[in-house]
Design a protein around this ligand. Sequence first.
Ligand code: BGC
Length: 737
Amino acid sequence: MIVLGAILSLASCTGEKTPVYLDDSKSIEERVEDALQRMTFDEKIAIIHAQSKFSSPGVPRLGIPEVWCSDGPHGIRMELLWDAWRAADWTNDYCTAFPALTCLAASWDREMSAIYGKALGEEARYRNKNVLLGPGLNIYRTPLNGRNFEYLGEDPYLAGKMSVPYIQEVQKVGVAACVKHYALNNQEYRRNDVDVKLSDRALYEIYLPAFKEAVQVGKAWSIMGSYNLYDGQHCCHNKRLLVDILRGEWGFDGAVVSDWGGVHSTEEALNNGLDLEYGTWTNGLTLSEMGLDAYDAYHMAVPLKNYIASGKGDAKLVDEKARNVLRLIFRTTMNRNRPYGSFATDEHAAVSRRIAENGIVLLKNENRVLPIKPESVNNILVVGENADYMMTVGGGSSELKVKKEVSPIEGLRALYGEEKIAYMKGYTQNEDEKLESIEALKCAAAEADAVIFVGGLNKKHFQDCESRDRKEFGLPYGQDAVIEALCEANPRTAVVIISGNAVATPWLDKAPAIVEGWYLGSEAGNALARVLSGEVNPSGKLPFTYYTKLEDCGAHNFGDICYPGLLVNGEYPHFKRLKTDTVRRINLEYKEDIFVGYRWVEKYNIKPAFAFGHGLSYTTFEYTPVSLSRSSMKEGGKIVASLRVKNTGDVAGSEVVQLYIGDDESSVVRPVKELKGFEKVHLEVGESAKVKFEISADDLKFFDEAKHDWVAEKGTFTVYIGASSADIRSTAKFELR
Ligand code: BGC
């Protein structure tokens, strides 16, 4: 800012006109071009690679500021050291934690996505970050993926739609969203080595649409390449993904940022569409093998300069990268009109709580075990380590240092009163810790008016954590036995699972009430207590299929080649010391193809524990049969599907009405049906509302590999209106002529 002021005042004393790149009245493109032509080659090289763990240089001579990134995607990460992956121990970086993105997806509420993005953007802005590393848009392919909690579920339509308001609101504050991890980063196990092979249909129909929506509708200003390979090439410099599809087919004009340490080749980075290199392995202080300062040894630093000087590379491509990075800077820090931010405020905590309350999913509720009204109980037994555990810590790069995190036990005590809540840990992750016997738990449970079990996963390695997949689908630490014992001892037992993934539920029939409680952020305990007590009526719906067993998931049906992948020599990769790059490669084939999640279970008539889109309420909703505005349409035409939903219970509530479409007859194999619309409506007792969905030919298309285009075939289509993918309330048919 001081430099900029000096440049401007110098310009005015010398009578020189304000340079175009500093002139707000000019378009960003004009300003970027002007800045670019003033820059030396070295300055261009400087702005396309990092200078610290989370920043890259600007152009100090011209007063163009640095880029500062922050994780992402659930809050603004604590400051880390310049050169090391360690906390910098600042005291002014205690942030608000927002619910994990699975919870946001489970709200099925675009407004929640918007308030999330706005508040998060304001926190980033206050902390002087101009790139927010999120949202994560990878598709939930297997419940073993350790990072599913950072993503928006298994359905490309839902993930895409739910990403847009978040991105737009973050960017309104003048902070770039950086959607990640593009693409096919659907597991953490050996994430740097897996080489994904899949059909073009699966790529275009399942794994790319959310990114496309984020780029074309959300207008994300940056995107992060993923660690894995696709078709033999690392995704941070993958020609097909970055040059052909992202820029060529989608017209992306933002900056492509590498994942931290995801760049492996100067030549490919130059030619295949990467703009900004971060995190390549270095401590930043010592000299590299080449005798260079470590950041100079980055692929897009001195090695790139040398490569261009040798005549092998095209210098125009360096201009292109610098242009994209400048555009990122001009859209953010160089925008003098962008609003100010705010940080860790009560307002942001309230936003966080609202989203949490909207995303919690009531999976099962027999005999109206829930809500547990405060006036109906004198003593509640709370059991489970997760009731008294900080969930914003751990999980990898999304970990947060929070101003506050209300744990479930704190939330329950605050709502019901300390005297009504007794707590027993019940199980522990610590092998050396000795607890009560199961018998003692049962005795205490039998004497309580109600029991609330709070368990699940905990963001430790292998328990929903970056760089490690889960090793098992089941709950860890012997929780199943504890749940069974509690349910046996007290019929008024509610089981709350804290996780970002489905887990095995062998006690499904025995547990009368089950709640999916996600990782809920700063207000976790308050939101949970309000839902359990009935102050808030739950309205979340599952953004993924809750399988009964792992084999019910498509990805776990074709042996190791399909998950977790096999070494190129066909061996299982576990515990191998990998020496050369060729051996390092792990082949991973998405043999389940387009049949991910509900698309798979519906094809094979598998009954999951809970279906995609499922979620109960404390009230009931009645749907009128769907009616269509016309019985046929032509390409280019539209049909409106409408119905009324009525709250027929005795408490106000919100319902997510879902629209799916199936192609009755097709020349290619297609899913039974696919999500093509959803609306969340709030209804008072006895109130009804009309819900309308517009259907166009785009909603009927599949990706035709031979034509490399989207195709809608003439014929009959079925519209399904449901309260979940498995709870279809009515159907109607129409023709595409
Ligand atoms: C993660 C990214 C993250 C980056 C910076 C990487 O390991 O994959 O999601 O944004 O680190 O922390």
